[in-house]
Design a protein around this ligand. Structure first.
Ligand SMILES: Nc1ncnc2c1ncn2[C@@H]1O[C@H](COP(=O)(O)OP(=O)(O)OP(=O)(O)O)[C@@H](O)[C@H]1O
Ligand SMILES: [Mg+2]
Length: 430
């Protein structure tokens, strides 16, 4: 199968993220199936007894379906004043929705509106609804609901998330507009993000590969606890004898694993590589690619090689904004951990659960855990309880309607695909 490469190059961005889809109104034949269909078509995923779509049927009982006018009202007619971000999917607005019962205070939410001309966005929208309808973890952003309307004036696809008031890790690491992220907060954030990935890789009935792990997809709540967002590129991992799933190459330049870019073979270890990149971004306060630096410093992973973790020079890579308010020993250990995530051979990279353990140890030994220990040591018991409760409730009639609705929308994606558009090709990391 021919592989089309779809990549987001963030290297020439100044401070903020730009939309991924802005050049991708052209669409791809080979990727033109619904999230559910893609999973089945991928080599390595066929023997899964239950896939995400089936799990979605069982679990997505709490997703709300909004009308377009409800969301229009929630965002003051998508007022520019309420626009809080722009990514590849489209624009993100802050909004206020009514509680389910209709009474009581409004709930603050983030509403993502799909670029109307982006088929890739539409496909990602379906994937995002399905994956986020199934997963549940304190380090993953919650999807509250969605809106899908196919009207005379085109299609409308929106996602409604819990509101994350402290922007993203990207904003805090790289933008001078924010106060410096302290060392303990950085540790708390990378640990939480690692726990989110470990849950996706190792704690669900099916393995989920996030595929687009990067600083801008780590959102921060009021306590700076991290939550992963953007499941549009997520995929089910390999099952049974299979070692990988074969996919069109997708992700973001500077974060995607080189073995994945070369072969299109996706494994959870691709996420581990991306995690290693973010660890170095956290240590250095530099983006993985920065075109406005001297040539030898533009690629973070190349530049840091000159300052190995166990060398005397190591301290020179540390983010100057941290001044001296960090533990050098802990930083060195984190750099070594990052190096292990960034080894060439994917199978030699650690599991995310091992990364979590290492980070916990580093935090504990360096004494950084204490101010955050309550927040860092998550127990997932409450969530398990909640999940069980939902399971016992069974699938309500309205949930069934939602599932049927989503299935219909997925068919629609298939329909669009037959028109045979192509995705842009751009796969080489420069
Ligand atoms: N749930 C949320 N709560 C608060 N703000 C959010 C939420 N989701 C997204 N945002 C804001 O919108 C911005 C854009 O998000 P989006 O995921 O669309 O793009 P991105 O992550 O910057 O880029 P990419 O499309 O490459 O992932 C985020 O950086 C964040 O500031
Ligand atoms: Mg994002």
């Amino acid at each position: 199968m021919k592989c089309f490469h779809y990549f987001k190059d963030k290297s020439n961005r100044s401070q903020r993220s730009e939309p991924i889809l802005k050049n991708t109104s052209s669409l791809n034949n080979s990727s033109s199936v619904s999230a559910a269909e893609r999973v089945i078509k991928s080599s390595g995923s066929t023997s899964s007894p239950r896939g995400i779509p089936e799990m979605y049927e069982e679990k997505a009982v709490n997703l709300r379906v909004f009308t377009y006018s409800e969301l229009k009202q929630a965002t003051n007619d998508f007022s520019r004043l309420l626009k809080i971000g722009e990514g590849g999917f489209g624009s993100v607005y802050k909004g206020t929705i009514k509680p389910v019962a209709g009474k009581g205070e409004g709930i603050e939410v983030a509403i993502k509106q799909l670029n109307r001309d982006g088929f890739q966005g539409h496909k990602q929208w379906v994937a995002e609804v399905q994956f986020l309808g199934v997963v549940e973890h304190s380090n993953l952003v919650k999807l509250i609901g969605y809106c899908a309307v196919d009207g005379e004036r085109g299609i409308q696809r929106l996602l409604v998330y819990e509101f994350m008031p402290n922007k993203s890790l990207e904003d805090h690491l790289f933008s001078k507009a924010y106060t410096t992220l302290s060392w303990p907060k950085r540790l708390q954030i990378v640990l939480g993000a690692a726990q989110g990935l470990a849950y996706l890789h190792e704690e669900l009935e099916v393995q989920v590969i996030f595929r687009d792990f990067k600083a801008s997809n780590v959102l921060l709540d009021e306590d700076f606890m991290p939550k992963l967002s953007d499941f549009g590129l997520a995929r089910e991992g390999p099952t049974g004898e299979h070692t990988h799933v074969s996919t069109e190459v997708m992700g973001t330049f500077g974060y995607a694993a080189p073995d994945y870019i070369e072969t299109g073979h996706l494994t959870s270890k691709s996420d581990v590589w991306s995690f290693g990149v973010v660890l170095y971004e956290m240590l250095t306060g530099r983006r993985s690619l920065e075109r406005n630096r001297p040539k030898s410093e533009q690629q973070l992973l190349e530049w840091i090689k000159r300052y190995p973790a166990d060398s005397k020079k190591f301290g020179m890579i540390m983010d100057p904004r941290l001044e001296t308010k960090y533990s050098l020993t802990a930083a060195q250990k984190i750099a070594k951990l990052a190096d292990s995530c960034l080894v060439k051979s994917a199978k030699n990279r650690p599991l995310m659960s091992q990364v979590v353990e290492s980070l916990k140890q580093i935090i504990q030994v360096s004494g950084e855990g204490s101010p955050f220990s309550k927040k860092i040591e998550f127990t997932d018991c409450e969530e398990v309880e909640l999940a069980d409760k939902q399971k016992n409730q069974g699938v309500s009639d309205s949930a069934k309607r939602r599932i049927a609705h989503l299935a219909k929308l997925s068919e629609h994606v298939g329909g669009i695909s037959k028109r045979g558009f192509m995705l842009m090709q751009r796969a080489k990391v420069t």
